[in-house]
Design a binder for this molecule. Structure first.
Ligand code: NAD
Ligand code: MG
Length: 390
């Protein structure tokens, strides 16, 4: 029996993870569920899955959750705050941690899981993007297992040799091809992007996801973060990671080998496939997702991305080449800019401008410690905020 903690249980990935787990009561039990503020949803999840611990973001939320659980005679212990997130991610009572908090807020609990050698299922790409080598060292230095949940990285993982050692050349790998849907604005005139609304930006053509990643998909910063994520997960330099636009989201990514073979993983766009793959790895279990019907889809298209339309994608390649804390700064500035866009404080095209400005103000430092990363994250947020309000 695998005992699972889900960080970010009330989100899109959290709900899909519980959906898969509910199909296999013989394999998985829930040790802990966490949410930031959606207490009613978390209470409903506690009723169904009976975790030992539930963690929320504040004392007020904890009080409300405790009351709801008491009324229903549910014995789940309620805690709150970052330290509690780290405890449930590293507790002896759990084997596997689904890291599905959105943004930098997920870094410390995910690191806590890595540092005690858990099986870490990584959806929270921002945590890896902002901490890079430090995160990978925490995994390898403590005997932890890292399995990618992001559909592209999970696809690449499936297309790699079984004993892949994060060295593409040693395995005859020429390139990693990350597919991207192109998001909702792939064909919209660039000039008109200034006036798009948050509602239009979060309406992704193929995937239903949280708001932040949906906006990131519209700017293609999501693909930029994924290029950086692929660099750390698979040990490939920027020059060997290529983005290919594929509007149907059926091929989830590919690996191109020296002999001319290109291996692809295909499936319907439903996150339960990569989640089930990682939960059961190296076995295969049912996820609730039907196999893709290629005769119904008929046509699969692929083309190169337009960096002029998607400046965020270029910024991500730039920071990956630069190294150091540049990716930490990019990630933090992006989080602030996306929040400001969703709050209608800035227009859509300002998102990349905010990030570019912050990157030009904060020069990259060696990413030598967690303190340095957290300090750069904070400075980047302040810088982005001051640019937005000026
Ligand atoms: P979401 O917004 O639907 O859910 C986010 C979860 O994080 C919620 O449970 C929320 O309570 C929690 N959370 C938010 N802020 C928090 C904070 N400050 N402290 C603690 N918890 C907090 O997001 P999502 O779409 O499920 O995405 C989660 C992560 O997975 C993101 O990093 C995203 O990039 C990644 N991801 C998502 C998808 C997808 O299809 N949704 C695909 C690939 C990767
Ligand atoms: Mg993805």
């Amino acid at each position: 029996m695998q005992r699972v903690t889900i960080l970010g249980a009330t989100g899109s990935i959290g709900a899909s993870t519980l959906d898969v787990i509910a199909r296999h009561p013989d394999r998985f039990t829930i040790y802990a569920l966490t949410a930031h503020s959606r207490v009613d949803e978390l209470a409903a999840q506690c009723r169904q899955f009976r975790p030992q611990v539930a963690v929320v973001g504040s004392a007020a939320a904890a009080e409300k959750l405790s009351r709801l659980l008491r009324q229903q005679d549910i014995a789940t212990q309620v805690e709150y705050g970052e330290q509690a997130l780290c405890s449930v991610a590293s507790a002896d009572e759990c084997d596997t941690v689904m890291a599905a908090i959105v943004g930098a807020a997920g870094l410390l609990p995910t690191l806590a899981a890595a540092r005690v050698g858990k099986k870490v299922l990584l959806a929270n790409k921002e945590a890896l993007v902002m901490s890079g080598q430090l995160f990978m060292d925490a995994i390898s230095g403590n005997g932890a297992t890292l399995l990618p949940i992001d559909s592209e990285h999970n696809a690449i993982f499936q297309c790699l040799p079984a004993a892949y050692g994060r060295a593409p050349a040693a395995h005859g790998i020429a390139r990693i091809l990350l597919t991207a849907s192109g998001g909702p604005f792939l064909h919209r005139p660039v000039e008109s992007l200034e006036t798009v609304t948050p509602e239009e930006a979060v309406a992704h053509p193929n995937w239903v996801m949280g708001k932040k990643i949906s906006v990131d998909s519209a700017t293609m910063m999501n693909k930029g973060l994924e290029v950086i994520e692929a660099h750390w997960l698979f040990g490939a330099p920027a020059s060997q990671i290529e983005v290919v636009i594929h509007p149907q989201s059926v091929v989830h990514s590919m690996v191109s080998y020296a002999d001319g073979s290109v291996l692809a993983q295909m499936g319907n766009p439903d996150m339960r496939t990569p989640i089930a793959h990682a939960l059961a790895y190296p076995e295969r279990i049912a996820s609730g997702v039907a196999a893709v019907d290629l005769t119904r889809i008929g046509t699969l298209q692929f083309f190169a991305p337009d960096f002029g339309r998607f400046p965020c994608l270029k910024l991500a390649y730039d920071v990956l080449r630069e190294g150091g804390t540049a990716a930490t700064v990019l990630n933090a500035a992006n989080e602030v800019a996306v929040d400001a866009f969703l709050a209608r404080r800035i227009g859509f095209r300002m998102i990349s401008q905010v990030i570019e400005r912050v990157l030009s103000r904060l020069s990259s430092q060696p990413a030598s410690s967690l303190d340095v990363l957290l300090e750069q994250d904070k400075l980047a947020r302040e810088s982005a905020e001051s640019f937005i309000t000026s």
